[in-house]
Design a protein around this ligand. Structure first.
Ligand code: ADP
Length: 436
C-alpha cells in the first residue's frame, strides 16, 4: 500500500513538473498546471464512479480493472467481501445442521426468554405440547401449558428433576417436563414422552400388588398348619426344631407380604393423604405400652410429649409411620439401651422423633436406608424379623402427608429418626408442655 501511495504521489509530482515546464515554455505556466490538475481530478472521479458502481453491484459484476491505489482498494474490498461470504456460509451451514439436529432429536426443546416467553421450539415440542409454529412465538409458556403440576413446578424454581404431567394433546401420553437454565435469564424446556416408562411402572405396581395378595391366602393356611403342628404334643420331638424354624420363616414371609401390600396400597392412593384428625399423643402412648408389653425391649422407652397437637392425616398411615420407626429403634437397641420418643410443635410445624442408643448406621449406608429391601446387616435384619420395607413405607406415607424424614446416626452410638410435618397439617396446638 505504501509503495502504491508513493508511486501515485511521485507520478502526480512528475505530471505537475511537466505541466509547469510546458507552461513555462508557452509563457502560461498557471494555465497548463490548472489544466493538468483538472484532468487529474476528472480521471479520479471516473475511477471513483467505477468503484462505487461496482460496490453496489458486486454480487453480479466483476471488479473493475483499476491500477495503483485504486487497484489496492478493490483488492482489499474483495478480500473483506470473500471473508464475510465465508463466515456467512458457515453460519448458515451451522444453523441448518442445528435445525436438522433438533428435528432429529426424540425430545422436544423449547427456548424460553426471561419472562418465560417462547422464543423457539423444535418439531417434537410442537407435537408433544400442541404448540403452533409462528403463532405461539412470543407467548408465555405457562399460558399455553396449563397443567397445575407444571405451573407449581415453574413457581417453585427447583428444577433439579423433571415434572411428569399428563399430555393435553393425547390423554394416554405422559410427558416429563424439565426446565434447564443457561445464560442470563434464558431457559430451555426439555419435553420427553415417558408414557412407556409410566405404563411399565404401573404394570410393576400391579404385579407386586396382585402377587402379594395372591401369596397371602396360601401363606395363612401354611402358617395355620405349622402353628398347629408346632403346638401339637404328639409330634415327634425331632421335628420341634424344624417346625419352630418353619414358624419363624412363615412369620417373616407374612411380614414381607403384609409390607408389600401396604406399600402397594400407598402407591395406588393419590399423592395426598386424607385429613382425619389424628390424636398423635394418644397413639404414641398406646405404642409405648405395646412396646413395653413385648418379651424383649430396651430397658428405658421414654415418651416426651411437648404438645398435644393433633395431625390432619390418615390414621392408618400415621400409625404405620410411628410404629415402624419405634419398632426399628426397639429392634436395633440392646436391652440395656434407651429409646426416646418425642412429639412437639413449633413455627415450622409438628415434629416426631425417635432417638435410640442402639447399633446405629454407618455413613455409607445412610443415603440408601429408605430404599426397598435395603438392609445394613442382612443377617441381623432377618434375625429380628425385618422385611426391609419398613422405612420405604415410612418415606412414602410421609410424602403423602407433605412431611420429610431426617436421619442422624452414628455407628455404635445410636440413631435419631425425625419426621417434620408442615403447619397446614397441624391442629389444636397446646401452649403448655406435658412431659411423661
Ligand atoms: P427392616 O425391616 O429390615 O428393619 P427397614 O426398612 O425398617 O427394614 O430398615 C432398613 C434397615 O435400616 C434395617 O435393616 C436396619 O439395618 C436399618 N435401621 C433401621 N432403623 C434402624 C435403627 N433405629 N437403628 C439401626 N439401624 C436401623
Amino acid at each position: 500500500m505504501f509503495s502504491a501511495w508513493t508511486y501515485a504521489l511521485a507520478r502526480l509530482a512528475g505530471m505537475l513538473a511537466v505541466a509547469g515546464l510546458v507552461g513555462w515554455l508557452l509563457g502560461r505556466p498557471a494555465l497548463t498546471v490548472a489544466a493538468m490538475l483538472a484532468a487529474y481530478v476528472g480521471l479520479t472521479y471516473v475511477r471513483l464512479y467505477r468503484l462505487e458502481r461496482w460496490l453496489r453491484r458486486r454480487r453480479t459484476e466483476d471488479p473493475p480493472n483499476l491500477s495503483g491505489v485504486w487497484g489496492d482498494i478493490v483488492a482489499l474490498v474483495m478480500r473483506i467481501y470473500r471473508r464475510k461470504q465465508f463466515h456467512k456460509r458457515r453460519i448458515v451451514q451451522l444453523f441448518r445442521e442445528f435445525r436438522r439436529m433438533t428435528t432429529a432429536m426424540p425430545d422436544g426443546v423449547v427456548v424460553l426468554g426471561s419472562e418465560r416467553e417462547i422464543q423457539w421450539f423444535n418439531r417434537n415440542a410442537a407435537r408433544l405440547l400442541g404448540l403452533r409454529r409462528k403463532l405461539d412465538f412470543g407467548q408465555r409458556l405457562d399460558n399455553l401449558v396449563r397443567q397445575p403440576d407444571f405451573i407449581r413446578y415453574l413457581e417453585t424454581g427447583d428444577y433439579a428433576l423433571p415434572v411428569i404431567v399428563r399430555s393435553t394433546v393425547a390423554s394416554d401420553t405422559h410427558l416429563a417436563l424439565h426446565v434447564v437454565s443457561y445464560g442470563a435469564g434464558q431457559t430451555l424446556l426439555l419435553v420427553r414422552d415417558v408414557s412407556r416408562q409410566i405404563r411399565l411402572e404401573a404394570m410393576r405396581k400391579d404385579f407386586v400388588a396382585h402377587a402379594s395378595h395372591e401369596l397371602r391366602s396360601p401363606l395363612t393356611v401354611i402358617s395355620g398348619y405349622v402353628d398347629a403342628l408346632a403346638d401339637d404334643q404328639h409330634v415327634d420331638p425331632a421335628w420341634r426344631g424344624p417346625l419352630e424354624e418353619m414358624r419363624r420363616q412363615a412369620e417373616r414371609m407374612r411380614a414381607v407380604v403384609d409390607d408389600l401390600i401396604e406399600l402397594s396400597r400407598l402407591e395406588a392412593s393419590g399423592s395426598e393423604a386424607g385429613a382425619d384428625v389424628v390424636d398423635v399423643a394418644g397413639m404414641l402412648a398406646l405404642l409405648r405400652r405395646e412396646v413395653l408389653s413385648r418379651d424383649s425391649h430396651p430397658r428405658q422407652v421414654n415418651l416426651k410429649l411437648g404438645s398435644d397437637a393433633k395431625l390432619l392425616g390418615s390414621e392408618a398411615e400415621l400409625h404405620s409411620i410411628f410404629s415402624n420407626l419405634v419398632s426399628n429403634a426397639v429392634k436395633y437397641t440392646p436391652a440395656d439401651g434407651r429409646v426416646d420418643v418425642s412429639w412437639w410443635t413449633d413455627d415450622g410445624g409438628a415434629h416426631f422423633a425417635v432417638a435410640d442408643t442402639g447399633v446405629g448406621i454407618s455413613r455409607d449406608h445412610l443415603p440408601r436406608i429408605t430404599e426397598r429391601f435395603y438392609r445394613v446387616d442382612q443377617g441381623r435384619s432377618r434375625a429380628t424379623g425385618g422385611s426391609g420395607l419398613g422405612l420405604a413405607i415410612v418415606k412414602h406415607a410421609l410424602q403423602r402427608h407433605g412431611a420429610t424424614l431426617d436421619i442422624a446416626s452414628e455407628e455404635g452410638k445410636g440413631s435419631t429418626f425425625t419426621c417434620h410435618f408442615p403447619p397446614r397439617r397441624v391442629v389444636e396446638r397446646a401452649p403448655t408442655a406435658v412431659n411423661q
